[in-house]
Design a protein around this ligand. Structure first.
Ligand SMILES: Cc1cc2nc3c(=O)[nH]c(=O)nc-3n(C[C@H](O)[C@H](O)[C@H](O)COP(=O)(O)OP(=O)(O)OC[C@H]3O[C@@H](n4cnc5c(N)ncnc54)[C@H](O)[C@@H]3O)c2cc1C
Length: 451
């Protein structure tokens, strides 16, 4: 299997201009950021916005975007939770309305920043493959409209197929506000901007230990008043105790050859929306700027015990299943070749949203656990982390999302058994069976599962 830099479409087609510079020697900073994904880069960006004199160092073990930020599907949502209905269930109506407003502002600002990152504000199409999924999607649209969000549109099967022509569609809901982006272009733009603002960015620099006000790497130590941990699914490698609140999972994706004009005419997709279907283990898909189809699955894998390493970057079983599901959706494109295939780690929480906290008496601050849904929320998290690091007041730091932790996961070996049991139940649910006792109990505890 090819290394991730060649198998991931975004990373493989990345034009790189700045050669990675590792840390060599000791230095000091006001804030040291560990992790060069969206969370770390946005945090550095907002630190400089809030205090241009703040000395910031970012340390990344691979190259920027090596983690989920460079490997994702690039489907952008303006909803901070997985849906507005989920936000109401997790945080109550008032906070859900606040999150909805913040999510919309956040994506508007992201769009202004990402003008040259192939960001297309297409919105999303949430498609139903069964009548029950259509009922669920319609209920979700009603919740959004009760929170005052305009623009959701319910589509019949014929209207959905007029947008994208799959024989499997039973209907759809158009979800406004989000879009599709080239995530690596966003990473690169952020890296360029923070360098221009004076941030020192060291790549190929693996942090081996974070201590009170000192970050150790093989090439030297950074002394800093505050350390931001922006390592998402990798966080337990430095702080195993964080595993109590998240589980690392792997999502897998295929990207096709560019479609010809005739192939595009077959599927329609003139409005180029990012698409998700209504199952628990759903497919997500989109067109790239050069009209390839990116085809992913949220049927994420847990590799016990909490593995996140290169050995998980590929799964032939997932690639075969992805290809089969693509062909079921678009039979006329059955011959389409998919030269790119890869996986990436996400940090999943039981409430499907990130959590925040501090370690080492407050000198280390972290945010992680975006649950496969982080392009928008990492920007908000970066803003929150910057305010926390500089002790600046903000309505953001008072959010329940920031102050409260998600329900914990069990440790091994129970964790593996629980994942197996829940996966089996969710597969039954997606086949149209009743939820069963386990899912009903978890639902009562407001525990969600998705990637
Ligand atoms: C396959 C896949 C598809 C996805 N699709 C979508 C999508 O369509 N829409 C969406 O909104 N979200 C999606 N996501 C989720 C989204 O990509 C993540 O939520 C987001 O990128 C998390 O950003 P981050 O910066 O917190 O973490 P990461 O991008 O994972 O960054 C963490 C960084 O820390 C570095 N690091 C780790 N340990 C160390 C160390 N010891 N020293 C130095 N550096 C270290 C890593 O190399 C990595 O670069 C997807 C994720 C995956 C994997």
């Amino acid at each position: 299997m090819r290394p991730i830099e060649q198998s991931c479409f975004w990373l493989a087609t990345r034009p790189r201009c700045v050669a990675p510079v590792p840390l060599a020697g000791n230095c000091r900073a006001d804030v040291a950021v560990v992790g060069g994904g969206f969370t770390g880069l946005w945090t550095a960006f907002f630190l400089k916005q809030l205090d241009p004199a703040c000395e910031v160092v970012v340390l990344e073990k691979g190259v920027t975007g090596y983690g989920g930020s460079g490997r994702n599907a690039g489907i952008v949502s303006n909803c901070i939770d997985h849906s507005h209905a989920a936000a109401v269930s997790h945080f109550g109506r008032e906070e859900a309305a606040r999150l909805a407003r913040l999510g919309i502002e956040n994506i508007d600002e992201l769009a202004a920043f990402a003008v040259d990152c192939d960001f297309e504000r297409t919105g999303q199409l949430h498609v139903a493959l069964t009548a029950r999924q259509m009922d669920d999607l319609s209920r979700g649209a009603e919740v959004a409209s009760r929170l005052g969000i305009d623009g959701y549109r319910t589509l019949s099967a014929a209207q959905a197929r007029a947008e994208i022509d799959s024989p499997l569609y039973q209907g759809a809901v158009f979800v406004p506000g989000g879009g599709i982006i080239n995530p690596v272009k966003l990473v690169d733009k952020l890296a360029r901007q923070i360098r221009e603002l004076g941030v020192k960015l060291f790549e190929r620099t693996a942090v081996s230990a974070v201590e009170r006000q000192a970050v150790r790497t093989p090439g030297g130590t950074v002394s800093a008043q505050k350390v931001i941990l922006a390592t998402d699914a990798y966080s337990h490698h430095l702080f195993p105790q964080l595993l109590a609140r998240f589980i690392p999972l792997y999502d897998y994706i295929l990207v096709s050859e560019p479609l010809t004009e005739a192939q595009l005419r077959c599927v329609g997709w003139r409005n180029r929306q990012g698409v998700l279907d209504g199952r628990t283990f759903f497919n997500y898909y989109r067109l790239t700027a050069d009209n390839r189809i990116l085809w992913g699955t949220s049927e994420a894998v847990y590799y016990p015990p909490n593995r996140v390493d290169e050995g998980c970057d590929h799964s032939q079983a997932h690639y075969d299943a992805l290809l089969a599901s693509f062909r079921r959706h678009f039979p006329p494109l059955a011959e389409l070749a998919f030269p790119y295939a890869w996986g990436g780690p996400i940090a999943s929480t039981t409430r499907l949203t990130p959590f925040f906290g501090t370690l080492s008496g407050g000198s280390i601050i972290y945010a992680l656990g975006y649950t496969g849904h982080g392009i928008g929320s990492t920007r908000l998290a970066g803003k929150i982390l910057a305010h926390l690091a500089l002790a600046r007041p903000s309505e953001l730091t008072g959010l329940r999302l920031v102050k409260e932790k998600p329900f914990p996961y069990p440790p091994e070996p129970l964790r593996w058994l629980a994942v197996q049991a829940v996966t089996r139940s969710l597969r039954r649910l997606d086949r149209g069976e009743k939820p069963g006792l386990l899912l009903a109990a978890l639902d009562a505890l407001k525990i969600g599962f998705s990637s």
